[in-house]
Design a binder for this molecule. Structure first.
Ligand SMILES: Nc1nc2c(ncn2[C@@H]2O[C@H](COP(=O)(O)OP(=O)(O)OP(=O)(O)O)[C@@H](O)[C@H]2O)c(=O)[nH]1
Ligand SMILES: [K+]
Ligand SMILES: [Mg+2]
Length: 430
């Protein structure tokens, strides 16, 4: 195994910069940089770092030594907490590049090593990747609980339970000759698989909310041309994201704007004004607007007319600066002015209350990725097949397939195929 190093903190200048190393050369490298024996494991020690080639002083740094296996990657690790200056960081990285056996890390390579050394499983790696990009409290809570290995623990206990069941089913194959034995074998499997199926059902039931927290609730802004949809989206985002003009038919492509609704992540979609259009470009925009509205969690409908859409609709009366109406939440609709901002707070209050109501109470979701859904549903199908299968050989095979599906969920089996996909989403130094 080679030894990798990377800047783990953001681009300098910053208060502090963190460089981490992982691999067998980490310890010798620290000794060479400090010209001293290794510090006590897991204790900070202040050390002068010199370039081993020239003896030049590079920085005075807090150093940490994590001998294997009690480290993030499971390998020997070193952390250097440096002054966050571009020159200091460049000097240390340059000195490291010249050390024998050291290589700059690829994106996600520290986490990948943690997986390969069994420190974390695939579901924890996915949760860590979600944690890095988490923007709201709900995303953070969900990622943190799963990074601690909640789904991994469940999947491993299910798999363990099934392995015992499979061993018994295979042992029975040698004996079950009598009709009565065969029937008894099936009854036993039915009975022992039932509680597991119930647990898989409840885990899969959390998948919707898991995906919503990860991807955000979608809110589509819909209405006729010039109703002020883009103006409203800009006001909600407090940025000039969408083009606003007095020209009807300005917006064509759907514009997505992330919004933090009281800790709940949401995406607001600005859409093309709905009307009959002969312009093929505008007509395509309108078709897309309708399609996205159909799958949105909430529609903000501007303008008077009602449109035929499934799901929740909140009516907005915009441009009240041009009318007599009071700004604010009138129950049936919210009255506001996207240009003056009057009534915008009432809309945000209403959206936050709605968003919080969409989040199920209690623990964060266990199942958060399409990959989890795939393997858990596969295991569930295999178990249902086992419950129905009168033939003991085929029944054992179904149990074996369920074991395998759970193994693929955690990466205990056939992880190679998804490794690149998962770890490429990480940044360098993670
Ligand atoms: N007075 C007033 N004008 C507004 C308000 N909101 C939008 N407008 C104006 O209405 C015109 C259309 O606004 P847009 O935000 O582009 O409307 P849109 O619904 O996105 O229009 P399309 O993308 O063409 O469908 C612009 O001139 C805006 O300045 C408002 O609250 N008050
Ligand atoms: K417009
Ligand atoms: Mg627009």
């Amino acid at each position: 195994m080679s030894t990798i190093f990377a800047l783990g903190s953001g681009t300098p200048p910053a208060g502090v910069a963190l460089i981490r190393l992982s691999g067998p050369a980490a310890g010798p490298t620290l000794k060479a940089l400090t010209n001293r024996p290794l510090p006590a494991p897991r204790h900070t020690s202040l050390r002068r770092l010199h370039d081993p080639r020239t003896g030049t002083l590079l920085d005075t740094a807090l150093t940490l030594w994590f001998p294997a296996p009690a480290s993030f990657t499971g390998e020997d690790c070193v952390e250097l907490h440096l002054h966050g200056s571009p020159a200091v960081v460049a000097g240390v990285l340059d000195a490291l590049s010249a050390m024998p056996g050291l290589h700059p890390a690829e994106a996600g390579e520290f986490t990948r090593r943690a997986f390969l050394n069994g420190r974390i499983d695939l579901t924890q790696a996915e949760a860590l990747s979600d944690l890095i990009v988490a923007e709201t409290a709900a995303q953070r809570d969900q990622a943190l609980t799963n990074a601690s290995g909640r789904l991994r623990a469940k999947a491993e206990s299910w798999r363990h339970h099934l392995l015992t069941l499979l061993a018994d089913a295979e042992a029975d194959l040698d004996f079950a000759e009598e009709e009565a034995d065969v029937a008894a074998g099936l009854a036993t499997v039915r009975h022992r698989v039932a509680p597991l199926l119930a647990e898989l059902d409840s885990a899969l039931a959390s998948a919707d909310s898991g995906a919503r927290v990860r991807d955000g609730l979608t809110i589509a802004v819909i209405g006729p041309p010039n109703a002020g949809k883009s103006s409203l989206v800009n006001a909600l985002a407090a940025r000039d994201v969408a083009i606003v003009t007095p020209h009807a038919g300005t917006t064509r492509d759907i514009i997505e704007v992330p919004l933090n609704l009281g800790g709940v992540p949401a995406i607001v979609l600005d859409t093309a004004g709905l009307r009959d259009s002969t312009d093929p470009v505008e007509a395509e925009g309108i078709a897309r607007a309708r399609a996205r509205a159909a799958s949105a969690d909430l529609i903000l409908l501007l303008g008077e007319e009602s449109i035929d859409v499934p799901g929740s609709v909140l009516k907005i009366r915009n441009k009240i600066d041009l009318s007599e109406e009071r700004p604010g939440d009138h129950g049936s609709h919210v009255a506001l002015s996207a240009t003056t901002g009057a009534g915008l707070d009432s809309l945000l209050d209403r959206l936050i209350a709605w968003a919080r109501a969409q989040m199920p109470p209690g623990e964060p979701a266990l199942v958060t990725h399409a990959r989890h859904v795939h393997w858990l549903s596969t295991a569930r199908e295999d178990l249902r097949a086992a419950q129905r299968q009168p033939d003991p050989v085929l029944r054992a095979e179904s149990l074996r397939l369920a074991v395998r599906a759970l193994g693929r969920l955690t990466g205990a089996v056939d992880a190679e195929a998804v490794l690149d996909q998962i770890f490429s989403r990480f940044c360098i130094g993670k």
